[in-house]
Ligand binder design. Sequence first.
Ligand code: COA
Length: 165
Amino acid sequence: MTIAIYPGTFDPVTNGHLNIISRGAKIFDQLIVAVVAENYRKKESFSIAKRIEMLQQAIDDLSIKNVAVKKFSGLLVDFAKENSVSILIRGLRVVSDFEYELQQAELNRTLNPQIETIFLPTDPNQSFISSSIIREISSSGGDVSLFVPSGVKKELDKLYKKEAL
Ligand code: COA
């Protein structure tokens, strides 16, 4: 049985992430979506519990059965080892992602030589979105319904107090 991990912050999950999750779930017998509790480089807008809830709901709505959502803290390679997984999936959107992703992949493989990272090209229709861009559009009053699942849109509306508008 081949298992892979798709890690990220998912603050919040977008349709771009979901595209990678659906495709990853077709390639592997099981996919673990690993949500980092706190990202050293970011200040999260949604709590870890809310990020997981939004992901789980979106995955349930797509009826993808072989995906589990799990939280992790600390090093990704340690989480992978604890779960006996040696394959990581990352999405590549644009060429500028490559440098950062290559650095992370090499670092993870140096920390644990068993770990291999596989890159999937992000759907071109989603390649220009990111979680922070979505938050920026939503907080500025824009409509993000083309880019996120409906549950996430509701949570963004709540976060930016737009539900009563
Ligand atoms: N669709 C839409 N957006 C995408 C995307 C896709 N297919 N792929 C990436 N992105 C966006 C994300 O929305 C995010 O946007 P943001 O910066 O505006 O928030 C950005 O690209 C990258 O985010 P993400 O894919 O969530 O990765 P990350 O950089 O937030 O997290 C971890 C990377 C969690 C895997 C990494 O920080 C980690 O492993 N942390 C644990 C500690 C550790 O082991 N560190 C050493 C690693 S070498």
